[in-house]
Design a binder for this molecule. Structure first.
Ligand SMILES: Cc1ncc(COP(=O)(O)O)c(C=O)c1O
Length: 400
C-alpha cells in the first residue's frame, strides 16, 4: 500500500515531540516535553465556551467580532492599522494559519529562510507547499543573529523569511537591533516576512514583544500569525489567526475555507470573551510564567546544566548539558525517562543546518535539552523531586 502514498506524504514524518508525549503518558512519566499547560484554562473563558455550546453556536460559523478584537489589539499594542473586514483571517490555530499562508505565497522551488534552531512544523509546511527551507544559524549560547550569515542566505529565489519571537525552543526574544536587521533585509531583497507570535504575551524581565510588522514599511510585506493557544492555555481549542495585506489575507481565507471551512464555532464565541480579558489577566500570566521560569532555571543550574541564557519569553528552557556529561541529547533524554520518569525533548530535533559543514555546530547541536515549564507548580515540584533522586552526594546528576 505504501507505493500508493504521494511523494509529499513520504516526506512528512511523525512528530518526535508527540511521540515523547505518548511515551510520557504510557509510562506515567512527568511530561516536560510538549508545550501545553497541565493546569486549568481560565474559568471565565471556559464558561463562555459552555454557554456558546448551550446557546447552539454549533454549526459552521465565521465570527467577525474576533477580527475586530484582533485588529483593535494590533492597534493598541503595535500601532498597526488593520482592517478587520479584509486583513484578518480566523483559522484553526496558528498551525493552520501558517500552513495556509505557505500555500498562499510559496511557488514550487521558492526558498523560505528560517532561523536555526526552530519550531519543527515550519519546515513541513514549507515543503508541502513546494518550497525549500533555507536555514540561518543563530549563534549559541545567546542565540544571536549574525547579519552576514543572514544576508548570505538570500538568493533570487527567496520568497519569504519566517520569524518566531518569542522563540521556541530557546526562549529568545529578538532584540530591536536584530528586528531592524531582519526588516532591512526583507525590504532590500523584496522579501515577505511571516511571523509566528504565539508567545507574544509571555515575556519576562520587563522584555516587551515587538511585532516585526510595526517596523517602517514592514506591515505591507508581513503576514502575522498567532493564536489563543498559549496566551489563554487552550491549545485544544484551535483558534488562531493570520493578519496580512488584504490580497494575501483573501488567499489565506479561501484556502482555510476549502480545507476546514471554519474554526470551531463555540470556541470562536468564547474567543470574544478571551480577547476582552482585562490587562490584569496578561500581567498575571507573565508573572506566573516568570516565577515558573525562575524555578526551573534554578533547578537545572543546581544539577549542573549550563543555563547562561535564561529564556526571555515563551515557556521553554533550552538548557545545555553539563560539560561532564558524555551522553548525547537523545541518550540523556532516554536515561531521564528510564531513571527519573521525566520526559524532555532532545535539542537535535530543532536544529537543521548542515551539521557536516561545521564540527563545532555538530557538537553543540547534540548538547541541548528543551524543558517545557507550562506546568502546574505541583508538576514542576514533582519533576524536581524525581530529578533529585538521581543526583549524587555533590548534587550533580548521576547520568553521566
Ligand atoms: C512556536 C510555535 N508556534 C505555533 C505553535 C502551535 O500553535 P497553535 O496551537 O496555535 O496551532 C506552537 C506550539 O507548540 C509553537 O511552539
Amino acid at each position: 500500500m505504501e507505493e500508493k502514498l504521494s511523494s509529499v506524504a513520504k516526506t512528512v514524518t511523525s512528530s518526535p515531540i508527540q511521540q515523547l508525549s505518548f511515551l510520557a503518558e504510557s509510562c506515567n512519566a512527568i511530561n516536560l516535553a510538549q508545550g501545553f499547560p497541565d493546569f486549568p484554562a481560565p474559568t471565565h473563558i471556559k464558561e463562555a465556551a459552555v454557554s456558546a455550546i448551550n446557546s447552539d453556536f454549533n454549526q459552521y460559523r465565521h465570527v467577525q467580532g474576533i477580527c475586530e478584537h484582533v485588529a483593535g489589539i494590533m492597534k493598541h499594542l503595535h500601532g498597526l492599522d488593520v482592517d478587520p473586514l479584509t486583513d484578518v483571517v480566523i483559522c484553526c490555530g496558528q498551525s493552520e494559519a501558517f500552513a495556509a499562508t505557505m500555500i498562499a505565497i510559496v511557488n514550487q522551488g521558492d526558498e523560505v529562510i528560517l532561523f536555526d534552531p526552530s519550531y519543527e512544523s515550519y519546515e513541513t509546511c514549507i515543503t508541502m507547499a513546494g518550497g525549500i527551507p533555507v536555514y540561518v544559524a543563530l549563534d549559541p549560547p545567546y542565540w544571536t543573529l549574525d547579519p552576514d550569515k543572514l544576508m548570505k542566505c538570500f538568493t533570487a529565489r527567496t520568497k519569504a523569511l519566517v520569524l518566531n519571537s518569542p522563540h521556541n525552543p530557546t526562549g529568545k526574544v529578538f532584540t530591536t537591533d536584530e528586528l531592524e536587521i531582519i526588516a532591512g533585509a526583507c525590504r532590500d531583497r523584496d522579501c515577505l516576512a511571516v511571523t509566528d507570535e504565539v508567545y507574544e504575551h509571555i515575556t519576562f524581565d520587563k522584555e516587551k514583544h515587538v511585532s516585526l510588522a510595526s517596523l517602517p514599511e514592514m506591515q505591507n510585506r508581513t503576514i502575522i500569525t498567532s493564536s489563543l493557544s498559549k496566551t489563554f492555555s487552550v491549545t485544544g481549542w484551535r483558534i488562531g489567526w493570520a493578519i496580512a495585506p488584504a490580497c494575501v489575507a483573501s488567499a489565506i481565507r479561501n484556502i482555510h475555507i476549502r480545507i476546514t471551512d471554519c474554526a470551531p464555532a463555540p470556541f470562536q464565541e468564547a474567543a470574544l470573551t478571551a480577547l476582552r480579558s482585562p490587562p490584569e489577566y496578561f500581567q498575571l500570566l507573565r508573572r506566573d510564567y516568570e516565577s515558573k521560569r525562575n524555578y526551573i532555571v534554578k533547578l537545572l543550574a543546581s544539577i549542573g546544566f549550563r543555563c547562561q541564557f535564561a529564556p526571555k519569553g515563551s515557556f521553554f528552557v533550552f538548557a545545555e548539558l553539563p560539560e561532564s556529561c558524555i551522553l548525547t541529547d537523545v541518550e540523556f533524554v532516554e536515561e531521564l525517562i528510564k531513571q527519573a520518569g521525566v520526559v524532555a525533548v532532545p535539542g537535535c530535533g530543532f536544529f537543521h543546518s548542515d551539521a557536516k559543514s561545521s564540527q563545532a555546530a555538530f557538537r553543540y547541536q547534540r548538547r541541548y535539552i528543551r524543558f517545557a515549564f507550562c506546568k502546574s507548580e505541583a508538576t514542576l515540584a514533582a519533576a524536581a523531586t524525581k530529578i533529585g533522586e538521581i543526583v549524587d552526594a555533590t548534587g550533580r546528576l548521576k547520568l553521566f
